[in-house]
Design a binder for this molecule. Structure first.
Ligand SMILES: *Cc1c(COP(=O)(O)O)cnc(C)c1O
Length: 422
């Protein structure tokens, strides 16, 4: 594709963008009276304008119906979470019964490890990528301690090669092969939060299962960002947060995928609560746990309806647009951003390097050589919201739902001035 680094060309791309109208359906923060250029949809997605209505609906039902809202609200609360499963199944490539929404991400990963990390004397190792997201590392370490095992003997990290900024699939596969019948669990981030790399989830899942391990994915940076086909890839379980590319609001609920082969089984341990029991008998208040025959069996508490409301609002938008169109725009806008970066790099003395590999989603991670921090500060002061990751990386994620090509062009101009002036 031959792009141009001009305002008129960027505007032309926007004029031909099928999703352009969605930009106006989000609230943009302002700096100096102007809407920001928002690159941190990978951290906290913008607020859809319609989400307030979804929350207000719950507040109104609570005001007017009080406890009766559980069953008699138009969107009844007792099964509110079930409304999220079908739209999420389409995004995740799952069957609807394989999806549930509950708690928050790290909590869910712990709960899933209760069910799917069952170390034995021989098979007990956990494979992940080096420098996994810190919460995942703490989760692994505390789970291993909980099982009374030795952390350094249990965690197997796949490393990047010397001088390279990405993981090679062949190195992941070789490590899986090497650990072989000692490998209990493969649990990695589907998209790495730092370099934006999309792992070959299908190939890695198959390799893990071929050596007899259970395979799960942390899809925090993948959900609503990349194409997923969890059921057909034969993934055992996965979890993701909803506040990044899914625009559900700060700290919001997490989605969970549990392959149907595990449904209705009584030989799998699980931490249980009343929301996981069969709906027909739930309110008989009997002592016997009678599990739902789908992923909802992993539910524990009654659903946090006020939190689920903006998540449902956001999923309604995903339903309208579909992942296919989002991914098509994502590819184009990220390519345009990359082009802009390379153009600016030619115009000024080379000061940065894109460390995100070919296998990417919405995010480009850019390593700033030399004094990076002043450039980052300049961007933030001039209406570009990005984030800083030590030692010298800014992450740029132009979410296709609401970012425009004009944003990319304007960002390039601000970056160029920033490099010249700092
Ligand atoms: C964002 C993110 C989390 C966040 O976990 P919470 O429990 O929602 O705070 C966890 N893991 C990864 C890989 C992430 O990117």
């Amino acid at each position: 594709m031959s792009f141009q680094n001009t305002l008129s060309y960027a505007k032309e791309l926007d004029a031909n963008d099928q999703l352009a109208a969605y930009r106006d359906q989000f609230h943009f923060p302002k700096i100096g009276g102007k809407e920001v250029i928002y690159f941190t949809g990978n951290s906290l997605g913008l607020q859809p304008k319609r989400s307030a209505d979804f929350v207000e609906e719950i507040m109104k039902d609570w005001r007017e119906l009080a406890v009766e809202g559980h069953f008699y609200a138009e969107k009844s609360w007792w099964d509110y979470h079930e409304r999220l499963a079908a739209p999420l199944a389409r995004i995740m490539g799952a069957k609807t019964p394989e999806i549930t929404v509950m708690n928050t991400l790290t909590v869910n990963l712990h709960l899933l490890m209760v069910s799917f990390y069952r170390p034995t004397a021989k098979r007990y190792k956990i494979l992940c990528e080096e420098k996994a997201f810190p919460s995942d590392q703490y989760m692994f370490q505390s789970q291993i301690k909980f099982h009374g095992l030795d952390i350094s003997d249990t965690i197997v990290e796949v490393k990047k090669r010397e001088g390279e900024n990405f993981w090679r699939t062949e190195d992941v596969l070789a490590k899986i092969e090497e650990v072989g019948d000692e490998l209990a669990l493969v649990l990695m981030g589907g998209v790495n939060y730092y370099n934006g790399q999309v792992f070959d989830m299908q190939t890695i899942t198959k390799a893990g299962k071929d050596v007899g391990a259970v395979v799960g994915w942390d899809l925090a940076h993948a959900a609503g960002n990349v194409e997923l086909d969890l059921h057909n890839w034969d993934v055992d379980f996965a979890a993701w947060c909803s506040y990044k590319y899914m625009n559900s609001g700060p700290g919001n609920a997490s989605g969970v995928f549990i392959h149907e082969r595990y449904h209705g089984r009584t030989d799998i341990p699980r931490f249980e609560g009343w929301w996981g029991t069969k709906k027909e008998t739930r309110f008989l208040m009997q002592p016997q746990f009678d599990p739902m025959d789908n992923a909802d069996a992993w539910q524990i508490s009654n659903a946090p309806v006020l939190a689920l409301a903006p998540y449902l609002a956001s999923l309604e938008m995903f339903e309208e647009v579909g992942m296919e169109k989002l991914i098509a725009k994502r590819n184009k806008i990220v390519s345009y951003l990359e082009f802009i970066l390379r153009e600016i790099d030619k115009e000024v003395e080379s000061t940065f390097e894109i460390i995100t590999p070919e296998a990417r989603g919405t995010q480009l991670s850019v390593f700033l050589h030399g004094e990076g921090r002043p450039i980052f500060d300049y961007l933030m002061k001039n209406g570009v919201i990005t984030d800083w990751r030590e030692p010298n990386v800014i992450r740029l994620a132009p979410a296709p739902f609401y970012c425009s090509y004009e944003d990319m062009y304007r960002f390039g101009q601000i970056l160029k001035r920033g490099i010249e002036e700092t």
